[in-house]
Design a protein. Structure first.
Length: 518
């Protein structure tokens, strides 16, 4: 083998022969779950090997050019979509996973969600009081505090202003940053390492405690005999990060941790033919599917400047009736993201939006899927090439939530002073009042565009093996020596940006695993 340095980091693209390693624990994935698992287990004195499909990108190699950053840092260059191509699904693909490119919004798991998991899925020991020590620890570890270093940028201030005028509650965001310069470049990789992602926190800490990191390697399967896992087998990528080479990477281990995210973790279990009597592997995969609206404001917004998300509203997240709830937030507005994602117009209309780019304000509504049988989520499938794909049907129940979210955001934007709004819709056109917008949206449900940046579920936890994939600590019900430590274990969506939930549960479950292995 080649390309190893003193910190035991290995670029699989530069291997000149097959690589074989042994460890106490091999971890597939270095994102929110894998990062905390690696640090926790290596600190406990266990020999850890981390495997990552993406490249080892750092602040020195990040680019503020979206055309460079998206292929560098995102799954499928940011073009990942559901099976029917209807929903874009943003996920990171780099050492540190999605934590490298998320917008730093941090929430503890809502008490309503924890209670639902306990009552509906029989998950014990996850009350607010029982989870609080883990959240407190990750908040201290990652500098998660209310965003008060700078005032909200105008994009977020408009959301707050509209909510206030309509009497809707809103709050200031917590963010995992230290020494933030308010660049607004969070989604392209923090250029000054202020974002406390796994890239600059848990992964380096694991390396300092003797862990090994192998990157640009695709883990093909978990090695097992039907009763116990004994390692993993993968293949090295070429330097372009997409073409596979003939060089194999094999790691034998006492324990395997699947932490590849809520699409690729279930896919890995399925590809490996891990026994699952419940039949739930890959099922109940959630997205917090979002709809969005652009508004043209009378004054300059410059939505690419400043913290991308610093204001939110949970006013509609937990409705008293049985309709789906949603959370209101904003998005950053770098040119490609804003124009290519939100604006589906052509010709003169598109040109008008581009000319008014500095006046654009965005809002999104994140739907809380999974809490009602009418929003059952999607399912992970394997294509003929063994690659994972997410099938996510949009039900009438979810569709109603999209339309209600659009109407609500439009009301908020006009209350904040918008001159016109452009819904995220295949036939979008400028709308100049809430009444005009409601009339225009009526009967146009099929053209609504959707997106997502949060993937959860697919290997859900539960007390009983018959209805879940892993136990409440992420240990696989049917295969010894295998744990899932990432957002795949969640029985529903979170109802809030999920990174802190993944951190807290991953710390809890990794600590229990360290005790068991010791």
């Amino acid at each position: 083998m080649s390309a190893m340095n003193a910190n035991q980091t290995i670029d699989a693209a530069r291997l000149d022969q097959d690589l074989k390693l042994s460890a106490d624990v091999v971890i597939v994935g270095t994102g929110a779950g894998g990062g905390f698992a690696a640090e926790t287990l290596s600190r406990a004195g266990l020999k850890v090997v981390m495997l990552e499909a993406g490249n080892y990108n750092t602040a020195a190699t990040f680019s503020q050019n979206e055309g460079v950053s998206f292929p560098m840092l995102y799954q499928q260059g940011g073009a990942q979509r559901t099976k029917d191509k209807a929903i874009s699904v943003f996920q990171g693909r780099s050492v540190g996973g999605t934590t490298v490119v998320n917008w730093t919004s941090s929430f503890r798991t809502p008490h309503q969600t924890l209670a639902h998991w306990s009552e509906r899925y029989g998950v014990p020991d996850i009350s607010v009081e029982q989870m609080a020590p883990y959240f407190e620890e990750v908040e201290q570890r990652l500098s998660i505090t209310p965003w008060e270093s700078f005032p909200p940028n105008e994009n977020n201030a408009a959301l707050a202003r509209g909510c206030e005028k309509l009497g809707y509650s809103h709050s200031r965001m917590k963010r995992n940053v230290r020494g933030c310069a308010n660049t607004g470049l969070c989604g392209l990789g923090c250029p000054i390492n202020a974002k406390q992602s796994m890239l600059v926190t848990t992964v380096p800490a694991a390396l300092e405690h003797g862990a090994t990191l192998v990157y640009r390697v695709r883990v093909e399967r978990i090695v097992h005999d039907g009763k116990r896992a004994s390692g993993v087998v993968g293949v090295a990528y070429a330097e372009n990060g997409t073409d596979k080479t003939t060089r194999r990477v094999e790691v034998s281990a006492r324990h395997v941790v699947a932490a590849a995210g809520s699409i690729r973790t279930p896919g890995l279990l399925m590809r490996s033919e891990v026994p699952d009597p419940s039949g739930m592997t890959g099922q109940r995969t959630f997205l917090h599917p979002v709809s969005g609206v652009l508004a043209i404001m009378p004054d300059t917004v410059d939505g690419w400047r400043g913290a991308p998300q610093s204001t939110y509203s949970d006013h509609f997240l937990w409705p008293e009736d049985d309709r789906i709830g949603f959370k209101l937030e904003t998005t950053p507005l770098q040119p490609v993201f804003a124009i290519a994602l939100f604006d589906k117009s052509l010709g003169t209309q598109h040109g008008d939006y581009v000319r008014k780019f500095r006046n654009l304000h965005s809002e999104i509504a994140l739907l809380r899927d999974g809490f009602d049988e009418r929003a059952p989520g999607g399912s992970v499938e394997l294509g003929e090439d063994g690659e994972e794909v997410l099938d996510y049907p949009v039900t009438d129940y979810v569709q109603e939530g999209f339309l209600r979210g659009l109407e609500t955001m439009i009301d908020v934007q006009f209350a904040a002073g918008a001159e016109s709004v452009i819904p995220w819709h295949s036939a979008a056109q400028p709308l100049h009042s809430p009444a005009e917008a409601r009339t225009w949206l009526a009967g146009r449900a099929r053209g609504v565009q959707y997106g997502s940046a949060h993937v959860m579920g697919g290997a859900l936890m539960g007390a009983e093996a018959g209805g879940s994939v892993v136990d409440p600590y992420g240990r696989h019900h049917s295969l010894a020596g295998l744990s899932v430590i990432d957002g795949s274990i969640f029985p529903t969506s979170i109802g809030a940006n999920p990174q802190e939930s993944i951190y807290g549960f991953s710390l809890r479950n990794a600590r229990k695993l360290a005790e068991d292995l010791a």
